[in-house]
Design a protein around this ligand. Structure first.
Ligand code: NAP
Ligand code: FE
Length: 358
């Protein structure tokens, strides 16, 4: 089955092109964003030019915390907003989804993962300023519980944005680090479309194309951050990655990265990247034909892919201890993504991957 109810506008000046549709969602949007991205990318200016009245909530930090969602829902209600526009990387986009359902269903902080209570949502518009998470076309929201230090995602059909406006120019202001990390996140999503036990063959052509776009264009964007053609290709790959996980969800490749982010502050995409080879080797017996087909579509194979990855020099400062292993391996084992692995994965195998980072 393939279900994706988001209207996607992917072009230069996407916001302008969708002005009438945007205004159709209401009179006063809550713009949910982070400290810099909406301004630095130019997206906020493009959006606010279209509305007489709007409220900006720019309190979203990386790996958004539950408290910031609750405060955002309060601002939404108190300022009389009627829909939400998320502008930013995955963090503000995921926060925009959570704020919409929290406000619409009067959720309290302990109910932000209680998807069975989600009866309605205010319209959610997503305007990405990174090319990585694909959150603009997914039903997922990944949040961090500041009380437990645990990061986890939820998914609900009501959280699909009604409209995704992707203008690759908004990614021109990204640093090299964020460019690289977010592209690796998109790459993870595409690979997970092959790994997932719930893989959707309808997505395979997008997956093949998306992986090839990243392999070719990430080095170009890193060399010349102003290369709009390469930026456009990375945005396209990121949309494909989001469309893919919206159908088949993520796997251990993602859940093993969450503790690395919560415990050591490793950016999300990088956390996926430093375990990418280990996960591919682990899954290989179950998915080697699918991988051969994907890499072969752009004249690569697993070996050349690994040397491409090596050239990126992905590194993170993590101090894996016995305590980390004993606390975090059970957390990974109990994550919902584990149901998606293409073969059975043991706690020892997860511990081994963590220990390979020592
Ligand atoms: P992010 O956490 O949203 O942003 C990373 C950094 O980049 C922030 O400092 C941000 O600034 C900055 N930034 C963003 N766009 C910029 C721009 N155009 N110019 C300059 N700086 C910019 O990063 P992300 O990798 O896109 O999102 C990661 C989050 O998404 C994680 O929590 C991850 O778990 C989640 N995720 C969600 C899904 C999904 O399907 N929903 C999938 C994968 C990952 P600000 O301070 O202004 O924000
Ligand atoms: Fe991701």
């Amino acid at each position: 089955m393939f279900y994706l109810p988001t209207k996607i506008v992917f072009k230069i000046e996407a916001v302008k092109a969708a002005a009438e549709q945007l205004r159709g969602f209401g009179k006063k949007p809550l713009i949910v964003t982070g400290a810099r991205s909406a301004i630095a990318s130019g997206a906020q200016q493009d959006v606010t030019a279209l509305f007489e009245d709007y409220q900006v909530y720019a309190e979203i930090k990386e790996n958004p915390e539950l408290g910031s969602i609750m405060r955002g829902a309060e601002v939404f209600k108190q300022s009389g907003c009627d829909f939400v526009i998320g502008i930013g990387g995955g963090s503000p986009l995921d926060a925009a989804k959570a704020i919409s359902v929290a406000a619409a269903n009067q959720l309290d902080i302990d109910q932000l993962y209680s998807t069975q209570l989600f009866q309605k949502a205010y319209p959610i518009v997503a305007i990405p300023t990174t090319s990585g998470t694909g959150s603009e076309v997914t039903q997922f929201s990944v949040l961090s519980d500041e009380r437990s230090g645990k990061k986890a995602g939820w998914g609900h059909p009501l959280a699909f944005p009604v409209l995704a406006l992707i203008d690759p120019r908004y990614t021109l202001s990204l640093s090299k680090e964020v460019t690289q990390n977010t592209a690796i996140d998109a790459l993870s999503h595409l690979l997970e479309g092959l790994y997932s036990a719930n893989r959707e063959p309808l997505c395979f052509p997008m997956i093949h194309k998306g992986i090839g776009l990243i392999v070719k264009n990430l080095p170009l964007a890193l060399k010349d951050p102003g290369n709009l053609e390469a930026r456009t290709a990375l945005s396209q790959a990121s949309i494909y990655g989001g469309m893919t996980i919206s159908q088949s969800s993520t796997s251990l490749q993602h859940s093993i990265g969450y503790p690395l982010t919560s415990e050591f502050g490793v950016p999300h995409g990088l956390a996926n990247g430093i375990v990418m080879k280990q996960i591919m080797k682990l899954y290989k017996p179950a998915v080697h034909e699918l991988l051969d087909e994907a890499f072969g579509s752009f004249h690569f194979n697993m070996e050349s892919f690994f040397s491409w990855l090596d050239d990126l020099n992905l590194n993170a400062d993590v101090q894996i201890t016995e305590e980390f292993i004993s606390q975090r391996v059970p957390e990974v084992m109990s994550s919902r993504n584990m149901l998606n692995n293409p073969l059975e994965v043991s706690a020892e195998q997860i511990a081994d991957i963590f220990m390979s980072l020592m």
